[in-house]
Design a protein around this ligand. Structure first.
Ligand SMILES: [Zn+2]
Ligand SMILES: [Zn+2]
Length: 242
């Protein structure tokens, strides 16, 4: 059925309009892959995205062990993530980008082994906005391609956080404190978790989620982000997301 629909209504690239795919190969090739990975805590380069020993210690072992990011949050990647909020076609183009991201990441950085794949939960406010959930979409593709069971129910928001405008790295960490809760500690105890989001900015969201999961008894927490905001200017008005 999907093939017949594709034949009758061939998809067009949302960027260049060429027929054949919703995010064409040419436009995908223009997306800038990260050539190195960074420590989630201090944002300095780190091998394979592993959190530095000193940074792990700083958080008493409750920080994620690793952060893997596919793309720089810029150009068509930024547009794709932004547009994906506005309609079903745009949302589908995000799936295409996620498929590309996981396959390229596996090629360059190796696949990720974990017992459970958890998306970062949206705040209720954000989710009600047309129902397109970016983190869920990325997690679905990560789960499929790395063959890690997806669980959307184990990590939840416990409160709405303030919009994260004009806040320092430390300020953002304070702001997300207490925003997450686990629903079933038995399901998490001793398990290796892969946390997934569409954008990593200061790492505050990942750091706080990982803290909650580690405190609930997880054996290890790793993070995967579709994109990473590089060299953030925290006071820029364009800056609006964790
Ligand atoms: Zn195109
Ligand atoms: Zn570090």
């Amino acid at each position: 059925m999907e093939n017949i629909l594709k034949y009758l209504f061939p998809p067009k690239c949302i960027f260049c309009g060429v027929q054949g795919d919703i995010f064409c190969e040419t436009c995908l090739a223009e997306c800038s892959l990260l050539t190195s990975q960074y420590c989630l805590v201090c944002d300095l380069p780190s091998e394979n995205g592993n959190t530095h020993e000193r940074c792990l210690k700083r958080f008493g072992g409750l920080a994620p062990a690793r952060l893997l990011c596919a793309y720089s949050y810029s150009g068509k990647v930024r547009d794709c993530i932004k547009f994906s909020k506005y309609g079903a076609r745009q949302f589908l183009s995000l799936r295409k980008l996620c498929m590309e991201a996981t396959s390229v990441c596996a090629e360059i950085w190796g696949s990720v082994a974990a017992d459970l794949c958890l998306p970062i939960p949206s705040s209720p406010k954000k989710l009600s906005y047309r129902g397109f959930n970016q983190a869920n979409m990325v997690a679905e593709e990560v789960s499929r391609s790395f063959k890690i069971p997806l669980r959307k129910d184990l990590l939840v928001r416990s409160r709405n956080t303030e919009a994260q405008h004009t806040q320092s790295r430390e300020g953002r960490r304070e702001n997300v404190k207490g925003s997450f809760a686990v629903t079933d500690r038995r399901e998490l105890a001793g398990r290796k978790i892969l946390l997934v989001d569409d954008i990593s900015t200061t790492g505050a969201t990942f750091l706080e989620s990982a803290r909650v999961l580690n405190e609930a008894g997880a054996a290890e927490v790793q993070c995967f982000a579709l994109s990473k905001r590089e060299k953030v200017c925290y006071n820029s008005p364009a800056y609006a997301r964790a």
